[in-house]
Every structure is written in C-alpha cells, then in structure tokens.
Design a protein around this ligand. Sequence first.
Ligand SMILES: NC(=O)c1ccc[n+]([C@@H]2O[C@H](COP(=O)([O-])OP(=O)(O)OC[C@H]3O[C@@H](n4cnc5c(N)ncnc54)[C@H](OP(=O)(O)O)[C@@H]3O)[C@@H](O)[C@H]2O)c1
Length: 243
Amino acid sequence: MKPLPSVSLQGRTVLVTGASRGIGAAVARRLAFAGARVALLARDKEALGALAREIGRGAVALACDLRDTETLKRAIDQLPSLMGGVPDIVVNNAGAFFLTPAGETSVEAFSETLATNLTAPFAVVRALLDAFRARGSGHVVTIGSIADRTTFAGNAAYAASKHGLRALHEVLREELRGSGVRVSLVSPGPVNTDLWNTVNPDEHPGVTPHASMLTADAVADAVHYVVTAPLALNVDELRLSRS
Ligand SMILES: NC(=O)c1ccc[n+]([C@@H]2O[C@H](COP(=O)([O-])OP(=O)(O)OC[C@H]3O[C@@H](n4cnc5c(N)ncnc54)[C@H](OP(=O)(O)O)[C@@H]3O)[C@@H](O)[C@H]2O)c1
C-alpha cells in the first residue's frame, strides 16, 4: 500500500508561544529543522533573540507577556507583515506551574495561572481563527499535560487550567471538524525543563525524578509528528510518557 503523503513544513510558518526555553524552544528548533519559518513568542527578549539567531531561516522574535491580551493581539497582528501571511500552524505552549496545597494558594496566583495557561491560548486562537477559517487551513496545537485528565495534590491552579485547556481544545475540534483547520492536543507527562525549578523533583515525594522525565526534544518530535500527519488525518489527542 502506498502511504499517504505527510505534510511538508518547507515554506510553512509557525507561531510558537513560550519559545524562550524548554519545550517551546525545542519545538521551534525541531519544526525549523524540518523547513518551517518560526515566530517565537515569550517575555524573555534576549533568549528569544538568541534562539532566532541560532535558528536563522527568517525566524522572528516577539517579546510579549501573553497575560496582557491587548499586547498579545498586537503582536499576533504583526505576523502577516513580518512573515508574509497568517501563520500556517500555532503551537500554544507557554505555561506556568507551581505546587501548593489549595488552602495555601492565593486567589491571585490561581487567577494568574488561568490567565497564562487558559485565557492566553484562547486569545491566540481567537486572533487567528477567522483567518484560518477563511483560508480553509491551519493547525492549532495545544500543549496540555498529564494534569489535563489526572489530578494530583498541590495542583489546584495548574490542574484547573489544563483541564480547561483540554475542554477548549475539544470544543474547537467540534467546531472546526470539516473546515480544513486541524486541532491537536499533545499532553506530556513530566518533562525535564525549568518548569520544575521551584519544586526539586529529585527530593519531592510523589514527583517523578529528573532522570525519569521525558526530554523536551521527545515532546518536540511528537509535535512534529502531529503537524506533518497526512492532511486527511487529524491527530485529536496524543498522550506522552517515558517508554
Ligand atoms: N515540564 C513538564 O513537566 C511539562 C509537562 C506537561 C506539560 N507541560 C507544559 O509544557 C509547556 C511548556 O513548559 P516547559 O516545561 O517548557 O516550561 P518552561 O521551561 O518553564 O517554559 C515555559 C515557557 O512559557 C513562557 N511563558 C510563561 N509565562 C509567560 C507569559 N506570561 N508570557 C509569555 N510567555 C510566558 C516562558 O517564557 P518567558 O519566561 O520568557 O516568558 C517559557 O518560554 C507548558 O504549557 C507546560 O504546562 C510541561
């Protein structure tokens, strides 16, 4: 049997949020290596500039706090002039995490986590969706988490945000079925990145030690698989754990 052709990333444009380090930086490197031109969004302007220079191929850095939805919208609205059009793919990856019992979590910290992990990805989709629909193509990749289905003690804000993000993804899947716009949820278990800097996983009971975590490069490979899948296929959901 002849395999269906996979989607080529040559000449495609990709917006990656949270691209200054960790999974987002790995995804940007992986998709650029496959031929895509990437727009990198996060707050750390220096890290974004360094990564854009390292990647080359016309990579663009957009320094922005995505909790500020008006600034975020302005940054996304610049993309057509910076990249010659609305991006072909968006990877909603930026996220924030802390472990604190619910009874010690401030309302402000809870709300900030929702702003970063849930409202901002919605704002990114909202800014691009009309153009994706009008064009009849586009791919929204959402980086979820094991915590978008499984709950852990100390995880109230993060679990609430990631469960909500999975729900948003599922609604988009229903609304966009048949439109030509693909949506995929990629949900990794623990990944060895700076996200864990405040926790010390090697000494925290019940937390996966660093050595047993996934790598950011492995998650990037999964994202590459999802966005290059044959056009007739929508990878609805991919759950990742260490083999
Ligand atoms: N590491 C894990 O174990 C794991 C497991 C499952 C899912 N995930 C998910 O994977 C995604 C990436 O996490 P990671 O592990 O790569 O974490 P990370 O190394 O801490 O990176 C987080 C990224 O998000 C950006 N970001 C955070 N707040 C932002 C804001 N307000 N505005 C703009 N950018 C912001 C950060 O950039 P700046 O600080 O420069 O803004 C950084 O680039 C997150 O959605 C996380 O929930 C991670």
